[in-house]
Design a protein around this ligand. Sequence first.
Ligand SMILES: C[S@@+](CC[C@H](N)C(=O)[O-])C[C@H]1O[C@@H](n2cnc3c(N)ncnc32)[C@H](O)[C@@H]1O
Length: 267
Amino acid sequence: MSDAPKSHGRKAIRPSLKPRELMTERPELARAWTAQIVTLFPEAFPGVLGLSLTGKALQDGLWQLDTVPLREFGEGKHRNVDDTPAGGGAGMVLRPDVMGRALESARRRISPAAPILYLSPRGRRFDQSVARDLARTPGVTLICGRFEGLDQRVLDHYGIAEISLGDFVLTGGEIAAQAMLDATVRLLPGVLGNAESIEEESFSQGLLEHPQYTRPAEWQGLEIPPVLLSGHHGEIAKWRRAQAEKITRARRPDLWAAHEAAKGGKT
Ligand SMILES: C[S@@+](CC[C@H](N)C(=O)[O-])C[C@H]1O[C@@H](n2cnc3c(N)ncnc32)[C@H](O)[C@@H]1O
């Protein structure tokens, strides 16, 4: 069942829309959770977000995707968007005046309560709690950098937070944006058919998920743990919990310590 506002219902949406057509402005979705992507490569969207659950949710109007093509705000005949770094050095930097124009245009089309985030290896590390927080906002404006990144003055002027996908350097922010949007959109009401799967999956209770099995009962001489075939729901839940704890303790001591500390705080 969908918790989405009624005005976003399927009847209002043409069912035959193709992935990129899903992204054009649709006034009927004015209140749907909105992702705006400022990018030099709008053709990279919706990308994988147009597939499977996120794609179906886009089609159903549970969220909307709006690309802001940075090139259109560029300078001069060639629509230049970048220039050499002040102080010298390799590469190019995205110009503040160009990004400023793109943002002014973008922000007119989204709730002022939607944060603006710059995808950047220097930012706070994206995780499930950031995804949860974003899913509670009206949407987000994501700035995808390229080259050596964005002029600092844009970040200072608009008070833009930086967010990182991890400790590695990508060529541009588009892949990071898609990963973050995938993690966020699946938390929006009505996107996942079975809400229980959110409650049990990795990170939802501060633990990694237990191992999963399915048929056949035996494969390559390996059997499904008998408790999972026992039909005893209490025993199954106990086994899953013990496995989740064991895996978290072994693989992620940081998560395990936080989990234990939170438990201690509760008692
Ligand atoms: C080549 S990178 C620039 C890296 C920058 N010169 C630095 O050393 O921090 C170009 C763009 O890719 C994006 N990007 C790269 N790595 C990222 C990461 N780990 N998380 C999010 N975005 C990233 C950012 O938008 C960045 O502006």
